[in-house]
Structure formats: C-alpha cells, structure tokens
Design a protein around this ligand. Structure first.
Ligand code: NAP
Length: 331
C-alpha cells in the first residue's frame, strides 16, 4: 500500500480509502450489516487505514457501522476516520437538502462522535457547499471544532476553487473531496490544479464510477430498489452501452499492456495522476476489496496515459458527468 501524509496534519493515510456509502444502504438498494462490518474490519488486511463515511449514508447507519466495526476490531488507533457534515434529511432520507449553518455543523459533529464511538473525528468534511449560508460561518464552526480538538483535520467536498478560497478565510483547509475517475474528469481544469497549488490533499470519490469501471457490468445489469444507478444517466440506454464498450476496450488494454483488468487500470490511473492524494474505493463486501492488492508495483507512464485517453475519446461520444448527485438547497 502506498501512503501519504496530509499536509498540515499528523494524518498518514493509505492512498486507497474505503468508501462506505453503499454500506449505509440508502440509494444503493439496501445493505447487509454482517458483510458491511466484515468489509470495514478487512480494510486493514489490504493496508487500508482510511475510512470515509457521512451521516447521510443510511441516515446515520454508515457512521454507526463504522463505529461498531472499528470498536470490535480493538484497533481505533490504526484507523483514520473521515466523516462529513452539512446535509439534513427528512425521515428515511425521503428528502435530503444542504444545511451548513453553524448550529447544524456543531450538532452533527456530536452525533457523529457518538455514532463513531470515538472522542475525535480524524477528518471532518463539509459535504456540499451551501451558498445560502456565508462560507465564513461554516468555516468558523469547523474551525471551532478543530480548536476544541474534536476534529483533527478540516476538509470540504464538491467545492469549487472560489468556494474553497472563501472557506479558507476562516478555517484551515487540509483536504478536498471531489468526484474523479476515467469518465468524470471535470476537475482537471479547476479543482485539481488549485489544490496542487495550495497544497490541499485530494480525496477522490467515484474511482470506479459507481461500479461501471469494475468490469462486472453488462447491458442487461439491473439495479433494484432505490439504487441510484437506476436513474444515473450513465447507466441508461443507449449511453450505458457506449460506456460498456469503452470499459471493454480499457479491459483489453489493461490485459495486453499490464496483465491487469480494467478495475485495476481505473484506480492505478487515478493514483498516477499528478495532484491525486487518495482514491476512495466503495465496497459493501470484503471480496470487493480483493483487487486492491493488485494495484502495487506498476504504473502508467505518459504513453499509457495517452492511449487510455484515446480509447475514451473515441468510444465515449456523448459523455455525461456526475452532476445528477448534487442535493438541493433548502426551500
Ligand atoms: P465507486 O467507488 O466508484 O463504486 C463503488 C461500487 O463499485 C460498489 O458499491 C460496487 O457496486 C462496485 N465495486 C466495488 N468493488 C468491486 C469489485 N471488486 N468488483 C465489482 N464491483 C465492485 O462509488 P461510490 O461508492 O459512489 O464512491 C466511493 C465512496 O466515495 C463512497 O462510498 C463515499 O464514501 C464517497 N462519495 C462521496 C461523495 C461526496 O459527495 N463527497 C459522493 C459519492 C461518493 P455493486 O456492489 O453495487 O456492484
């Protein structure tokens, strides 16, 4: 496992972080608690010490499962626990909206500390920018938690460079968590260079493009229950077939060039991009973490990077981004 020191903190994290949205069940068609706990516990076996969760994932359930698994392992000191704040929901997550007021942030921190069964959150991130609240107010609340020792590092997620600039006026900023993967490259023109310039560590989400880059999908794959992929525009015909064709070509390339598969290529590519600190890997059962062990000891050089770009540019003629996931503001 490669590791990285988050600048301005004493956090040394694995470059693969375990993403626990699906573990919370909400918008992923439900969860299996037993498998979820085993997945979190097995992270350390793959060298993963960094766990990313959020209160909204299962409306507290993902936070709780992380807390339970970490406590059960008896190895709290070996884990770096990251959670988030700034989203509010109505019962069972029927409606989710942004709320980054001071009051909401301070309340959510106490809720997450309790659910995570810890006295300090290692990385606390504002989940989505809430421009109905002055960024300084949000940042001051985060800064207070930091000064009080309730959180060890401050992060934001889905923020633009100018939003990060406003935030930084009232708080330290150690990490940014934007969406990034082979098919979703929007941040390459703004967030990524900005974070590099300012020395902000990047924690990328969606490395597998919600499973599309795993190589397990076919055009007849269906997504039961409330699984967000049943309305994610990438997974709808005819666009889905177009992406699957690109995945097939990338898989062939990975095999011929590196003796690997598309799932390895997608994440190795990410780790080899300048400015990328950590790639989150969403998993809901321990088996899904198996391919993590195949990421080490090889790299994509600039020629391989160009070939990958060529495959995508020629196959994906009607791309679409991850914007469909953005939660609304309060009424
Ligand atoms: P992801 O990591 O791109 O994809 C995760 C999905 O890929 C899994 O749920 C699983 O789906 C599939 N998968 C994983 N390993 C696999 C394997 N070995 N073989 C086949 N399929 C495999 O998507 P994500 O969960 O959306 O993103 C990762 C994490 O980033 C989240 O858990 C969360 O912590 C974070 N995130 C943050 C934000 C934000 O706004 N800050 C937004 C999204 C995500 P199936 O089992 O269903 O096939």
């Amino acid at each position: 496992m490669e590791t990285i020191q988050i600048k301005g903190t004493d956090l040394n994290v694995s470059r693969i972080g375990l993403g626990t949205w699906a573990i919370g069940g909400w918008l992923w068609g439900g969860t299996d608690e037993g498998k979820a706990l085993l997945t979190i516990e097995s992270a350390l076996d793959h060298g993963i010490n960094f766990i990313d969760t959020a209160p909204v994932y299962g409306q507290g359930f993902s936070d709780e499962l992380v807390g339970k698994a970490v406590e059960r392992s008896g190895k709290r000191n070996r884990f770096v626990l990251a959670t988030k704040t700034g989203l509010e929901w109505t019962e069972n997550g029927a409606s989710v909206f942004r709320n980054s007021t001071r009051e909401r942030i301070l309340k959510e921190a106490e809720d997450s500390l309790r659910r995570l069964r810890t006295d300090v959150i290692d990385l606390y991130q504002v989940h989505w920018p809430d421009d109905r609240v002055p960024f300084e107010e949000t940042a001051e609340a985060m800064s207070r938690l930091y000064r009080d020792g309730k959180i060890r590092a401050v992060g934001v997620s889905n923020f633009s460079p100018s939003q990060m600039e406003s935030f930084r006026k009232a708080a330290p900023l150690h990490t940014a968590q934007p969406p990034y993967n082979l098919f979703e490259r929007g941040i390459e023109s703004d967030v990524l260079p900005d974070c590099q310039e300012k020395g902000v560590a990047t924690v990328m989400y969606g490395a597998l493009c919600r499973g599309l880059l795993s190589g397990r999908m076919a055009k007849d794959t269906t997504f039961p229950g409330d699984d967000l992929r049943s309305w994610d525009p990438k997974f709808q015909a005819p666009r889905f077939e177009m992406y699957l064709e690109a995945v097939e070509k990338l898989d062939r390339f990975a095999l011929e060039r590196f003796g690997k598969r598309v799932i390895h290529l997608a994440v190795r590519w990410m780790l080899d991009r300048p400015g990328v600190s950590v790639a989150l890997w969403g998993a809901r059962n321990p088996v899904q973490l198996g391919p993590v062990d195949e990421l080490w000891g090889w790299k994509l050089d600039s020629k391989a990077m160009r070939e990958v770009d060529d495959i995508i540019e020629t196959s994906v003629t009607d791309p679409v981004g991850p914007e469909f996931m953005a939660p609304p503001h309060r009424e």
